[in-house]
Design a protein around this ligand. Structure first.
Ligand code: PYC
Length: 311
C-alpha cells in the first residue's frame, strides 16, 4: 500500500494513494460505511503502531461520486472513520499537488458528509470551503466528575463538537495531559447524560478554548475520538466555533478569525451566511509533505494489522 504523509500545522495526515480496499463507486457516505463494516483491519494496518501512531488521520483517496470533484476522500483515525477532516483536506490538497495531480486554483473534493471546496494557493497553502456548519445546542450544562457543572455549546462543523471555556487549565502545551483528562471527563459526562448532536449523533470531539496569544482570536485544545489531541487548530472544530460565534452575534460574516492550536499553530477562518441558519466556513492553513512510503505486511508478523489492530 502506497501512502504519502504530510502534516497540517503540526497535525499528521496519511493519504492512501494506492493499494486500498475496493469500495465500489457509490456515494462516499455508503463507501465510508462499507470501509467500516468490511475493512476495519485496513484502518488499523495504516494507523496503528508500529506503522503509525495515535494522532495520524488517514485519508483514503477514492474516485469521487459527485460530478466535478477532483477526488474523493474518506477520513479515518485510531477510533473509526470521520465525516470530514479540515486539516486532512488541506493535507490531501498539498499532497495531491506534490503528486502533480492538483494545480493551484479552485477544486472540489467529495467526502462522506458532502462536497467541500478547496482552493490551492501555492504548494503549501490551501483554503477549504467546509460543509454548512451550525449551532445545535446553546449553553448546554452537564455535571462532570471532578469539575462540577460545565457549560458549553454543541455544534456541527463536519463532526460533532462540544465547545467550552470551562477548563481549570490554560490552553498551553505544558497542560496537554491535564487538558486531555478534562476533555475526556466531559466526553464521558455527555454520554452519561444523553447529550448528543442532531438525530442522536455522538459528540466525539471536545473543544476547550481560551484567549489566543497576540494576533490570535482564540486558542483551542481539541480532543479527537480516539483520545489523541489535534496538533492543528482543527478545521471542523474551527468551523463549529464559527457557527457558535455567528449564532451568538460574536463575529460578522467575512471577518477573519485566527484560531490557534494548543501547540501555537494557526488557521485563519471566516464564514459566509449559509442556508437555513447555517454558516459556510472557509479555513486557510498550511501543510508540508513529510514522507512517501510503501506499507508492508509480512506473513510472519505477529501484528499484521498493527498492535491492537482489527484482525
Ligand atoms: O481538522 O477537522 C479537523 C480534524 C478532525 C480531527 C482531527 N483534525
Amino acid at each position: 500500500m502506497r501512502v504519502i504523509d504530510s502534516h497540517t500545522e503540526g497535525e499528521p495526515t496519511r493519504l492512501v494513494v494506492s493499494g486500498g480496499p475496493d469500495l465500489g463507486l457509490g456515494a462516499l457516505a455508503a463507501r465510508r460505511q462499507r470501509f467500516t463494516a468490511e475493512h476495519d483491519g485496513v484502518r488499523t494496518f495504516v494507523l496503528n503502531e508500529p506503522r503509525g501512531f495515535e494522532a495520524i488521520v488517514g485519508a483514503l483517496l477514492c474516485e469521487p461520486a459527485e460530478p466535478g470533484c477532483a477526488a474523493g476522500l474518506i477520513f479515518f483515525n485510531n477510533a473509526g472513520t470521520l465525516g470530514m477532516c479540515g486539516h486532512g483536506t488541506i493535507g490531501a490538497a498539498v499532497t495531491l499537488a506534490h503528486m502533480g495531480r492538483l494545480l493551484p486554483g479552485r477544486h472540489r473534493f467529495d467526502t462522506p458528509v458532502g462536497v467541500v471546496g478547496v482552493e490551492l494557493h501555492d504548494r503549501n497553502t490551501a483554503t477549504i470551503a467546509n460543509v454548512p456548519s451550525y449551532l445545535h445546542g446553546s449553553a448546554v450544562t452537564v455535571p462532570v466528575e471532578g469539575l462540577g457543572t460545565v457549560t458549553g455549546d454543541v455544534a456541527w462543523g463536519g463532526n460533532w463538537f462540544f465547545l467550552t471555556e470551562d477548563t481549570p487549565h490554560a490552553i498551553l502545551a505544558k497542560n496537554i495531559p491535564g487538558l486531555t483528562d478534562v476533555a475526556q471527563r466531559i466526553k464521558q459526562a455527555l454520554v452519561r447524560h444523553g447529550v448528543t448532536g442532531r438525530d442522536g449523533g455522538e459528540i466525539d470531539h471536545i473543544e476547550l478554548f481560551g484567549p489566543g496569544a497576540a494576533g490570535a482570536d482564540s486558542c483551542s485544545f481539541v480532543l479527537c475520538p480516539g483520545g489523541a489531541y489535534d496538533r492543528s487548530p482543527c478545521g471542523t472544530g474551527t468551523s463549529a466555533k464559527l457557527a457558535c460565534l455567528a449564532a451568538h452575534g460574536g463575529l460578522a460574516p467575512d471577518t477573519p478569525w485566527v484560531q490557534e492550536s494548543v501547540i501555537g499553530t494557526r488557521f485563519t477562518a471566516r464564514y459566509a451566511p449559509g442556508p437555513d441558519g447555517t454558516v459556510l466556513p472557509s479555513i486557510t492553513g498550511r501543510a508540508w509533505v513529510s514522507a512517501e512510503a510503501t506499507l508492508l505486511r509480512d506473513p510472519t508478523d505477529p501484528f499484521p494489522n498493527g498492535i491492537g489492530g482489527v484482525p
